[in-house]
Design a protein around this ligand. Structure first.
Ligand code: ADP
Ligand code: MG
Length: 238
């Protein structure tokens, strides 16, 4: 289910001191698209997410969402424009309950009146409603991943970027997260899935891009991209 261009990144780059972590990344993503982003550890995947989400304020190049320039906007402003991301390591507020954690983005967005109802809806979507009054540390690992997703979808994003949302999960738990992302996508949310679990990313993605050493080296249909010798080489050379 894909429409017009939702996200456009042009020549995005990021340096840490003298180290070039990301260079000249061009990417167009259509509304409703399912994109997989793969690459060896340290290839710049999370750095790219941080540039798109606004968690890294300063970077080279330009990013637009629905035609609107995002440069200079803080993460919570981008969230209100429809951009959500999850963190590789879940970052819940540890002293807040599960429900309160999901209420936070809604309160930030000025939706206090409906925050509790909407937060419960999100918990139901990720099948965590029964744990609403628990603290994050009382959740299992997969439940913590689902909480991270519930927080991300609270504002009904047009784009969800899931940064290794399945790391450390069992086969069955991976399937749970996959099903959840598919449901969100079927309802119209574009998804960028960053994942090392190849089964998951190839099953899910309509298109695959590959980062190696801060550059995009491939972009296309998953089967064709995975057959490229330079992609295979990047993984074997790890
Ligand atoms: P990936 O997500 O593909 O594993 P990252 O984007 O996390 O890779 O990291 C890309 C490179 O940038 C790595 O060499 C990493 O050490 C470096 N890096 C990432 N974030 C920072 C930071 N905040 N400060 C310094 N170096 C960083
Ligand atoms: Mg990463």
């Amino acid at each position: 289910m894909s429409g017009g261009i939702l996200l456009r990144a042009e020549r995005v780059g990021k340096r840490f001191g003298g180290f070039v972590a990301l260079q000249d990344i061009d990417l167009e993503l259509r509304a409703g698209e399912r994109l997989g982003l793969i690459g060896p550890n340290g290839s710049g995947k999370s750095t790219f997410v941080n540039c798109i989400s606004g968690d890294f304020a300063a970077h080279d190049g330009q990013v637009t969402l629905g035609g609107q320039k995002l440069d200079g906007l803080k993460p919570h402003r981008r969230a209100r424009l429809g951009l959500a991301r999850t963190f590789q390591l879940p970052q819940p507020f540890t002293s807040l309950t599960v429900l309160e954690n999901v209420r936070v983005p809604l309160l930030f967005a000025g939706e206090a009146a409906n925050a509790t109802r909407r937060a419960m809806e999100c918990l139901e979507q990720v099948e965590l409603a029964a744990k609403a009054d628990k603290l994050p540390r009382e959740l299992t690992q997969v439940e913590q991943r689902r909480l991270e997703l519930a927080r991300a979808i609270a504002l009904r994003p047009q784009l969800l970027i899931a940064d290794e949302a399945m790391a450390g999960l069992s086969h069955a738990e991976v399937d749970q997260i996959l099903a959840l992302l598919r449901r969100l996508n079927a309802a119209g949310t574009a998804v960028i899935m960053i994942e090392h679990i190849m089964r998951a990313v190839t099953e899910f993605s309509e298109r695959l891009i590959v980062f190696v050493a801060g550059r995009k080296i491939a972009d296309g249909a998953p089967r064709e991209v995975l057959a490229l010798p330079e992609v295979e080489g990047a993984y074997l050379g790890r």
